[in-house]
Design a protein around this ligand. Structure first.
Ligand SMILES: C[S@@+](CC[C@H](N)C(=O)[O-])C[C@H]1O[C@@H](n2cnc3c(N)ncnc32)[C@H](O)[C@@H]1O
Length: 276
C-alpha cells in the first residue's frame, strides 16, 4: 500500500483498512466535526452531500444537525466504507461514487462538505471543476484538510519515529495524501480555477485523542495499524516493528492526559460558494 494513497487505493486496500479502524478513527476525528459543520451554514432545509464520507460518522451527525426537511447524502469511492455506513442508519442515503468524475446529480446540492476526503483526487483541477457542478448556483461548501506536518505532531511523530528505524522516502507534497493541501494557497488556487468564489480559510486548532482515547502503548498500536508507515514496517519484519512500537509508545507517553494520549492538531477549513 502506498504512503500516498490515491483514489484507487481508497477503493480497495486503504478503504478496507479504514473500515477496520473505523470506530477509533471516528472517535479521534470527532472534534473536527463541530467547526466543520458550523462552517457549512446550515440555516435552512437543504440538500447536503458529504463527499468522501468514509464510514458515515460525519454524515449522520449532519443529518441530526440539519434544519428539518433537509436531505443528507454520503458518497465514497470505497465499497467497504459505503457498506459500513449504510448499515448504521437509514437517515441518510449512502452511495458508491468517485466524486472527482461522477456526473452532477440531476438535482444538485445546496451544501457540499468533506472531512479529509478531498486530498486524494487523481486529477484535482478536473475533480474540483466537477464538484462545482454538483452545487446549486448559490450553493456553499466546507472542506477540512490537514495543516502542515509540524502542526500535526499526532501524525508526523509516527513517521519521525519510523524513519529512525527504516528507510522511508521523503513525502511528495504534490502527491495524493493527508498533507497535500497543508499549504492552503494551493487548494485556494485550485478552487478558484474550478469555478468557486467567496473563498476563505480558517484554522481549527485543538487536541485529538489518539484512537479515540487510548493509553500510550495501545495508541501506538492503533497508529501503526492505521497509517501506511505501518505497512512499510510490516515489510521490514518484527524486530523493526517492535522497536518502532516501543519508541512511539515512549513519545506518546509525553502527551498523556488522564491516562489517554491527546496530541495537537491543526486543520484548515476551506469555505466558499459556487461562483455565479
Ligand atoms: C481520510 S478518509 C476520511 C473519511 C471520512 N470523511 C471521515 O472523516 O471519517 C478519506 C475518504 O475519502 C474517500 N475518497 C478518496 N477519494 C475519493 C473519491 N475520488 N471519491 C469519493 N471518495 C473518495 C476515501 O475512500 C475515504 O473514505
Amino acid at each position: 500500500m502506498s504512503e500516498n494513497p490515491a483514489a484507487s487505493d481508497w477503493a480497495t486496500a486503504r478503504g478496507e483498512k479504514w473500515r477496520k479502524q473505523l470506530s477509533g478513527m471516528e472517535a479521534m476525528l470527532l472534534p473536527v466535526d463541530e467547526p466543520l459543520i458550523r462552517a457549512l451554514r446550515l440555516d435552512a432545509p437543504y440538500r447536503i452531500a458529504d463527499i468522501g464520507c468514509g464510514g458515515g460518522g460525519t454524515t449522520l451527525k449532519i443529518s441530526r444537525r440539519a434544519v428539518a426537511g433537509s436531505v443528507v447524502h454520503g458518497f465514497d469511492i470505497s465499497p467497504a466504507l459505503i457498506e459500513a455506513a449504510a448499515v448504521r442508519s437509514d437517515e441518510c442515503a449512502f452511495a458508491l461514487a468517485d466524486v472527482g468524475t461522477a456526473p452532477a446529480p440531476e438535482e444538485p446540492f445546496d451544501r457540499l462538505l468533506s472531512r479529509f476526503g478531498i486530498m486524494f483526487y487523481d486529477d484535482p483541477p478536473s475533480a474540483f471543476a466537477n464538484l462545482a457542478r454538483w452545487l446549486t448556483p448559490d450553493g456553499r461548501f466546507a472542506f477540512a484538510a490537514w495543516g502542515r506536518p509540524v502542526e500535526n505532531p499526532w501524525m508526523s511523530t509516527i513517521r519521525e519515529v519510523a524513519t529512525e528505524v527504516i528507510d522511508i522516502p521523503p513525502p511528495d507534497p504534490e502527491a495524493p495524501g493527508p498533507f497535500r493541501y497543508a499549504e492552503d494557497g494551493k487548494l485556494l488556487a485550485l478552487l478558484d480555477q474550478a469555478g468557486f468564489g467567496d473563498l476563505d480559510m480558517h484554522d481549527w486548532r485543538g487536541t485529538l485523542p489518539i484512537g479515540g482515547g487510548m493509553a500510550p502503548a495501545e495508541a501506538a498500536q492503533f497508529a501503526l495499524a492505521s497509517f501506511s508507515v505501518g505497512d512499510l514496517l510490516a515489510e521490514a519484519g518484527d524486530e523493526a516493528a517492535n522497536e518502532v512500537h516501543r519508541s512511539l509508545t515512549a513519545r506518546f507517553s509525553e502527551h498523556q492526559q488522564d491516562g489517554v494520549v491527546r496530541m495537537d492538531a491543526c486543520v484548515h477549513i476551506f469555505t466558499g460558494a459556487r461562483a455565479a
